[in-house]
Design a protein around this ligand. Sequence first.
Ligand code: PBG
Length: 341
Amino acid sequence: MDAGTRLAARPLRTRPRRLRHTSALRTIVRETELSPADFIYPLFIVHGENVRDPIPSMPGIHQLSIDRAIEEAQRAATAGIRAVLLFGIPAAKDPVGEENFDDDGIIQRAIRGLKEALPELLVVTDVCLCEYTDHGHCGLLNHENPALPTGYVLNDETLDILARVATSHARAGVDIVAPSGMLDGMVAAIREGLDEDGYDHVPVMSYAVKYASAFYGPFRDAAQGTPKFGDRRTHQMDPANVREALREAALDIEEGADFLMVKPALAYLDVIRRVHDAHPEVPMVAYNVSGEYSMVKAAGERGWLDERSITLENLTAIKRAGADLIITYHALEAAGWLKSR
Ligand code: PBG
């Protein structure tokens, strides 16, 4: 008997590999199953007709006019995706962001167009100021209060605008509003505004735990919401913190949030897990952001990584960490891959 045979004959009783040696076995013990219904597909909406402008730093993603966005949403629905998330690029920007709460603004028109063409598809809207303000910040800026720096994003003064934006989206027929500014009290203000106007049935998906992250770089090209000066560190969270994430999540639930979101996703899987475990009763959303998408695309284009495998592995990891829903630019492509698997 040589050494190999003797080792093979060892009387091990516990052999995890028994559950891995055929594809059928691996399938029946799989703990996390990815499905197109887990995905929310972001769309960038611009004025005009027949516009489909590629975003250079996000291969495969475009700025779309409403007619083209409806086509894209139709493709998503056919692939089994149940929800899209809308970002609007206004015709003009100003210090307050007037088009944001204009009933005839780009997003309000997109909501009506999408709901008319595809009533079953859920329309979620990002509720924030940064794409609409000429300074690119997520709120009104301080110019008068000497106790605060000039250019500081004012909190309470901005809340009224967020409520106006949300109710205007509700009037257009939105299914879910998603405030993304990380201002204190934003969920409560939006909830109150919606309820007062008769939209107590419209859920709030709160960007409850959103970090001040460099992973948003490509998005800011796509949505043209880069701050003209400074950064967002006075309202978005410090990437070093996780206890603070639990506090943010608990507050948002108190204020009436129906979904909790953690953003970005991949560098924050521990945060997804902690927030989910702290609030297992609330649906958890993770935002697989633009920079996370672009890294995979760039490496895939160079042949450095197998893009399809990496994408499905990343998305599975986000779900395994505790996310019920994943906002991802990979949605349409990944849904296709899942179907053909
Ligand atoms: C703000 C908003 C941002 C993203 C979603 N909503 C940008 C920011 O906070 O600067 C980033 C999404 C991404 O990177 O994919 N309206």
